[in-house]
Write a protein that binds this ligand. Structure first.
Ligand SMILES: Cc1cc2nc3c(=O)[nH]c(=O)nc-3n(C[C@H](O)[C@H](O)[C@H](O)COP(=O)(O)OP(=O)(O)OC[C@H]3O[C@@H](n4cnc5c(N)ncnc54)[C@H](O)[C@@H]3O)c2cc1C
Length: 404
């Protein structure tokens, strides 16, 4: 029997891990198991071009089918794994097949959280290609779209619906947009973009129920008695990690599967990576759970290398982007942990750069609109742990790169 490494979850982290295992010299059997019927594909276009472009763009796969064959990676798609037994080193598929592994990697990601209110099935959700296609089809005829949740996904759908000529309303339970992903200043910038595009935003409203309207649409009722009618309702109320397998297998969990800097879980020979993992970040000194493209890829690669016994600790900085109303916003580091935020004044119109500082003045995060150069420099500043001069930080005429 060849040594067998199994990956459960054929998403971004799993796809990159499978390829990396072989590239790192592992010459045994590699099995990539996924419940979706597609081989690993990009999700970011699902809330962007897949909703707006005509014709619908082709699916963006991470690797061509032939690449898996060439590397000898077996794909087992369209069937979920149902149970893992870490002591026996086996897993059971939903169709009854039993697979024995030497090392197992869990990259089960997450699914779109269901709104916990009556009538929530009337709201579409977005995580998979099928979800995006269902929303796209409905956007073709919708006049009024209501997005529940002003997180990244809800706001990207709002932006796409706006681009498709729909009247758009967003309802958010919190007092601001994009939760803890951006600072209050960043949230205000994003809200401004939406308002300028004609989107109506309501904050501090809790959705209580969804009902069928007489015209075939939906009426959304909030706890303060306000009602909103729409042809299409979409809920972007967060991602829930797929932890069922890990929980039943007795792995340590902290809102995600607890792993160390090498992706090792609390069970021997079981690893986890990507959105599903709660990993310890050596530079930032705490455990993180991220939901972002770069992390899914780099963590999948790093943990695959660790499974092959050759990897430094994973310390990639958090980074994500979002595209809304033609503006590309990028966030590096952890704005939510900052004690102070400095908005750099004097930049280009419709631009925005903010630097987020720790109590000691060191840079914890950078947020920038249409300015990838400042984000690149910002990441180097975060890693340097230096405290730049405040006056220069506040002046957009001084590139962040010069402050290093
Ligand atoms: C609509 C959308 C837009 C996004 N846009 C951006 C963006 O603009 N910028 C950015 O930085 N990030 C973005 N992201 C986030 C990024 O795409 C995710 O962080 C990334 O896809 C996570 O990859 P993953 O492999 O960890 O998990 P996933 O992509 O969730 O993949 C996990 C896979 O595991 C499968 N699985 C789960 N349980 C089982 C099981 N028991 N058996 C078999 N298979 C199983 C799932 O079906 C899924 O295919 C976006 C995400 C979405 C959904």
């Amino acid at each position: 029997m060849p040594t067998t490494f199994v990956i459960i979850g054929a998403g971004q982290a799993g796809g990159w891990a499978a390829v990396t295992l072989r590239q790192s010299g592992f010459d045994g059997r590699i099995l990539l198991i996924g419940e979706e019927t597609w081989r690993p594909y990009e999700r970011p276009p699902l809330s962007k071009a897949v909703l707006t472009a005509d014709p619908e763009p082709s699916v963006l796969y991470f690797h061509p089918e032939a690449r898996y064959a060439e590397l000898g990676v077996e794909l087992m798609l369209g069937v979920p794994a149902e149970a893992v037994d870490p002591d026996a080193h086996t897993l059971r598929m939903a169709d009854g097949r039993v697979v024995t592994y030497d090392k197992l990697l869990l990259t089960t990601g997450g699914h779109a959280r269901r709104l916990p209110v009556s009538g929530s099935d009337r709201a579409l959700r977005l995580r998979t290609l099928e979800d995006a296609r269902a929303i796209r089809a409905r956007l073709g005829s919708a006049r009024h779209v209501l997005c529940i949740g002003a997180g990244v996904i809800g706001l990207e759908i709002a932006s796409a619906a706006c681009a498709r000529g729909c009247a758009v309303t967003v309802l958010e339970a919190l007092p601001r947009a994009m939760g803890r992903a951006v600072s209050p200043e960043g949230a205000a910038f994003i809200a401004g973009l939406h308002r300028a595009a004609g989107v109506t935003l309501h904050f501090d409203v809790a959705v209580e129920r969804l009902d069928a309207a007489s015209d075939g649409g939906t009426v959304v009722t909030c706890s303060d008695g306000q009602t909103f009618a729409a042809d299409l309702v979409v809920a972007g109320v967060g991602m829930q990690r797929n932890l069922t397998l890990a929980e039943a297998a007795g792995l340590a969990l902290e809102g995600g599967i607890v792993v160390d800097e090498w992706g090792r879980t609390s069970a021997p020979d079981v690893f986890a990576a990507g959105d599903v993992a709660a990993f310890f970040h050596p530079l930032l000194g705490r455990r993180l759970r991220l939901e972002s493209w770069r992390h899914a890829q780099n963590h999948g690669i790093a943990v695959a290398r660790a499974m092959c016994g050759d990897a430094p600790p994973y310390d990639d900085l958090p980074w994500f982007w979002t595209d809304q109303h033609g503006v590309n916003l990028q966030v590096a580091g952890l704005p939510a942990d900052a004690a102070h935020t400095i908005v750099r004044e004097g930049g280009p119109p419709n631009g925005f750069v903010a630097v987020h500082l720790a109590e000691d003045g060191s840079v914890l995060g950078v947020t920038a609109a249409n300015n990838p150069r400042e984000i690149r420099a910002g990441q180097a500043l975060i890693k340097s742990r230096k405290a730049p001069e405040i006056g220069k930080l506040a002046d957009a005429a001084v590139p962040l790169q010069r402050l290093m």
